[in-house]
Design a protein around this ligand. Structure first.
Ligand code: SF4
Ligand code: SF4
Length: 417
């Protein structure tokens, strides 16, 4: 069966096993089939040797968090994302139903109906906002069972009101997304505060630019993801850089060139920057802005700054490879401490925490233990999925730009007195 993987990519694994310690599903299960090497072997059997895509193959593929930790660890340069994405898309969209009596069924290999309906709804931003407000109201009057909140990794207190975002110019775009705009718009407000402190004017996309398609692609719904990509590109025209404050969305926007395979998409992807990457190039202006806001004030020493542990979202560290910029941006404003787990995934993975709750919980426990060992009271994470997943385990998580915005505001306060 053709899984849609390029043969050269599939052949590139030499089965050395050096990626195994970097794979979260292998770390928590110890199962070869749930390791990168085991998954590549399974793909080869199906694509090259005529093995049926049976339940054990489907399980091996569906339990992959798609964190791509194996990609950065692999000395042979195996492009694991180029292997797992077409495999998941074939399973979700292109697999014919098996013969009657065969193991599994065509429907079983597709993402669950509720997940597909939820992902489709993300393309309608007004619906997302209205649904979020209805859920928030339900939470206030205790109509939303806590088990439901836990099962789907929802925030325990969704916002009833969201700050109004105002465009301030056209130097850069800020991509605002779907779920993040509904649940965490205050983070966008903090990002606007920080970017504007550098003197840049920020443009905002309309409703059509709301959902990038990352979650659909993660679930294997490649056609849906391509349609979202076309809409997003149309909503962010021109040449201005596109800043993204959610690591998963940033990785998706940067991959439109590959997803759509057009010159226009490649040019669009080249304009996309993770917001900390852009800010890291404007640190002199940002520091000067903080100093201007509090003239004569001594900058806080390292021991006076908030101690913050940085959690690297996989789509920042392993896919966009821009995680060091977060440290550059945070360092003048917080005492940054590192986790000792070499960037191992937290288990959030798009909708992974909802569809694989046991594995996601076991992977998260390792991350929470690393956070506890760090001794930091606060964790900075630049991805809403990771932030929600960790917050559900009782961790205090904020976006890195929120820490910078608070520091700018507290520097501003004495200047206003
Ligand atoms: S994916 Fe890379 S690191 Fe892992 S077994 Fe294959 S060649 Fe080795
Ligand atoms: S993408 Fe992540 S979960 Fe999947 S095989 Fe690679 S390291 Fe393991």
């Amino acid at each position: 069966m053709d899984l849609g993987i390029a043969d050269d990519d599939l052949a590139s694994c030499v089965a050395c096993g050096l990626c195994l310690p970097h794979c979260p599903t292998y770390r928590v299960t110890g199962e070869e089939a749930l390791s990168p090497r085991g998954r590549v072997a399974g793909m080869r059997q199906v694509q090259w040797e005529g093995r049926a895509a049976d339940d054990s193959f489907v399980h091996s593929m569906e339990t992959c968090v798609q964190c791509r930790g194996c990609e950065t660890a692999c000395p042979s340069g195996v492009p694991f994302g180029r292997l797992i994405e077409p495999t998941r898309a074939t399973l979700a969209e292109g697999l014919p139903a098996p013969a009657p009596g065969g193991r599994g069924s065509g429907a079983r290999r597709r993402p669950p109906l509720a997940l597909r309906a939820g992902l489709r709804a993300l393309g309608h931003h007004r619906l997302v906002l209205a649904g979020s407000t209805a859920l928030a109201l339900g939470q206030r009057v205790r109509l939303v069972p806590f088990a439901l909140v836990r099962r789907f990794g929802l925030p325990t207190r969704l916002p009833l009101r969201r700050p109004r975002l105002r465009a301030s110019g056209s130097d850069v775009w800020l991509f605002t997304g779907c779920v993040m705009d509904a649940w965490m718009r205050d983070v966008h407000a903090d990002v606007l505060r920080v970017v504007e402190a550098t003197g840049a004017g920020v443009a905002l996309p309309g409703r059509d630019g709301a959902c990038c398609g990352a979650l659909a692609l993660h679930a294997g719904l490649a056609s849906e993801a391509r349609a979202r990509a076309q809409r997003t590109m149309a909503a962010l025209p021109g040449d201005a850089p596109i800043l993204v404050d959610a690591a998963g969305c940033g990785a998706a926007l940067r991959d439109y060139g590959h997803l759509l395979g057009t010159e226009e998409a490649r040019a669009f992807s080249a304009r996309v920057l993770e917001v900390h990457e852009w800010l890291a190039d404007h640190m002199d202006v940002l520091r000067a802005a903080a100093a201007r806001a509090a003239p004569g004030e001594r900058a806080p020493t390292r021991t006076e700054r908030t101690v913050v542990a940085v959690q690297d979202p996989c789509h920042l560290r392993h896919v966009q490879r821009s995680h060091l910029a977060v440290r550059t941006v945070l360092s003048p404003f917080a005492a940054v401490v590192e986790l000792d787990d070499e960037g191992l995934c937290c288990g959030a993975g798009g909708a992974y925490a909802a569809v694989q709750p046991d594995l996601a919980g076991a992977i998260r426990s390792r991350k929470v233990a690393a956070i506890e060992r760090s001794g930091a009271p606060v964790v900075a994470s630049a991805n809403p999925g990771c932030a929600l997943h960790l917050a559900a385990a009782g961790v205090t998580v904020v976006h890195p730009c929120t820490i910078v915005a608070r520091a700018l505001d507290s520097a501003d306060a004495p200047a206003r007195r």
